[in-house]
Ligand binder design. Structure first.
Ligand SMILES: Nc1ncnc2c1ncn2[C@@H]1O[C@H](COP(=O)(O)OP(=O)(O)OP(=O)(O)O)[C@@H](O)[C@H]1O
Ligand SMILES: [Mg+2]
Length: 264
């Protein structure tokens, strides 16, 4: 449970340590992601953002510590025990490509075919609803190579949400996209959060969009993480945070102070 008045955590990482060979990635990692909110995980390349999502998704075991999803411990559990929890999680992988030889429809339908035994008309209904939700109503018969980068990202997002998960993990959903597509994906994630009440955990290097969309930002550094609202981070006097947030933070504060769009 969260503190009185604050939303309860949906995902908790507690006291996690992890190393790959001799390289420590996390030493004493604690972070709690609130239910129904957008959490954005930031930090330098190699800080462990993707690894954190893999821990939450049960794809990577910690050496020590707890990972709880919807109150259930997943650290150290085997694949069979994890399958129920994984159904609650949608994942958009970093550079997560769709399968080249399958149509967009079949790519999006894949998790349903793997995990559910639904009648075909229900598969069709769900896939179409999700493609519509991401603004791609007319591409179901196309192969991935016929879509632009921004469209592919949206199709991958449709696949991530086709199981109607309560939590969606998105690894770098903005990378490699031009500004209009960044805005489009950002709006889409916000809509999914607002309309479906999804808990979103998004990694990003994109400071401006992170400050705009995040309810909470998690900054990974020194094998641990610190977190706060965008306003708290933009106002921080900590020199490492000031440097990390940079000009975008100052701009965000100025907009917020003037009551403009972009404030919390
Ligand atoms: N399977 C693995 N085996 C060995 N080392 C790994 C493995 N996965 C990640 N690492 C190392 O762990 C560290 C964190 O990697 P991770 O991919 O989580 O970083 P990141 O913050 O997502 O970086 P980026 O912003 O570049 O995506 C890096 O030093 C990486 O080399
Ligand atoms: Mg990464």
């Amino acid at each position: 449970m969260g503190l009185p008045g604050s939303p309860a955590s949906h995902v908790e990482v507690e006291d996690v340590a992890l190393r790959f060979g001799r390289r420590p990635v996390f030493k004493d990692l604690h972070c709690a992601f609130p239910r129904g909110q957008i959490s954005v995980v930031m930090g330098a390349s190699g800080a462990g953002k993707s690894t954190l999502l893999r821990l939450i998704g049960g794809l990577q075991r910690p050496d020590r510590g707890h990972v709880r999803v919807a109150g259930e411990e997943i650290a150290g559990r085997g694949d069979a025990a994890l399958s129920g929890i994984r159904k609650q999680l949608g994942m958009l992988f970093q550079n997560g490509a769709l399968l080249d030889s399958m149509t967009i429809f079949e790519n999006v339908a894949l998790p349903l075919r793997e995990h559910e035994n639904l009648p075909e008309d229900e598969v069709v209904r769900r896939v179409r609803a999700r493609l519509e939700a991401v603004g791609l109503p007319d591409v179901e018969d196309l192969l991935p190579r016929a879509l632009s980068g921004g469209m592919l990202r949206r199709a991958a997002l449709a696949r991530a949400i086709v199981m109607e998960p309560a939590i969606v993990l998105c690894d770098e959903p903005f990378s490699g996209l031009d500004p209009p597509n960044v805005s489009r994906i950002e709006a889409l994630l916000r809509d999914l959060n607002r309309e479906l009440g999804l808990t979103l955990i998004v990694t990003s290097h994109h400071m401006a969009s992170s400050l705009r969309m995040a309810d909470r930002i998690f900054l990974m550094r020194d094998q641990a993480c610190l977190s706060g609202t965008p306003l708290e981070l933009a106002q921080s006097q900590d020199s490492a945070i000031v440097e990390f947030i940079g000009e975008d933070g100052a701009e965000y504060l100025a907009r917020y102070a003037s009551g403009g769009e972009g404030g919390p």
